[in-house]
Ligand binder design. Sequence first.
Ligand SMILES: [Zn+2]
Length: 333
Amino acid sequence: MPVKICLFLILSCCGFAVYGIQEIDSLRFNCVKNRANAVNFDDLQWMFRERGQLGNQVEIPKHLNFSIQDPSGLRSQNYSFEEDSVGNKNLLAYSNMTNDPLLVWGNTLSGEIERFRLLKDSLVKIFNPRGFRLKLLQSERGLAKQMDFFNRGRSMTALSLHNFNLAVDLGIYRRGRYLRRSNWYTHVGSLAKNLGAFWGGDFVGFPDVGHIQAFPNGAALVRKFPELTFEYIRFKEIYEQNYRIAFDREQGYLVDDTRQLISELNKNRVHKVCACSVAIPIPTGLSDEWFGQFKNASTGYVYVQQNEGWVYVKNGDSGYFYSLGVYAFGAKN
Ligand SMILES: [Zn+2]
């Protein structure tokens, strides 16, 4: 038997071995040092998101000031929340300056949100066992609230479909009294699934019987709307950490949604320009005057020095230098 087929049989008969391969595919992804052929202002929006707004450190600038120094000279671009909130001229900039994903992506997702609204209404109407009522409790949720839920263990994800108004929590009531547990939730789940929704009671590891959503998971949403990668990317390190912890406990099957999401995000970022994740020493020859241009605390800054291959990212009081790079699979910095 040829070695390849033999290996395939060994891998396919053992779930963990297959997970082992997938683990490598989704996590061996790096920003690799590279001067990059061309850098544009959208690349800087990503650098600000990926290096300036990590995790739940939520410093939200009112303005952004981006500069690119390349062989053709120095170009700069300014963005302000007030201006962008009117025209949505640059959704990435807009997203960098607010903590409410729905405010940014509401137009993009309007068709899905409307479809889901009709589905919720139908569900309430068709659930009619005698003496019971179904109510919609909570749909939309801001990012700050979601982070609070996540940090207190009330939610398993840093960014939820609730944040896009594509999930809803439901309550079953009997004679006006809310029932936290009831076998009727399973019935509601099957009605919702018949209508095309996805039921929280089916979640692996963390079932949530009073929850339905419009997509099976975040990965499916990002697959349909790749532009949402920008929202999910700020939590990528949290997702990776959660995935690794579960994987090390041989519980990778519990976080398969997370693995799918990480893979989807990586797929959408590969070959893109980036600021490499480890900060580097201050490049030599920068004057006090040069640093002086980054003094406004309510402005977020990204400065790319393409000739020398570095990036400066500053948000609030924290400013760091990084190597300029390009995302690639399976490589180390
Ligand atoms: Zn929910």
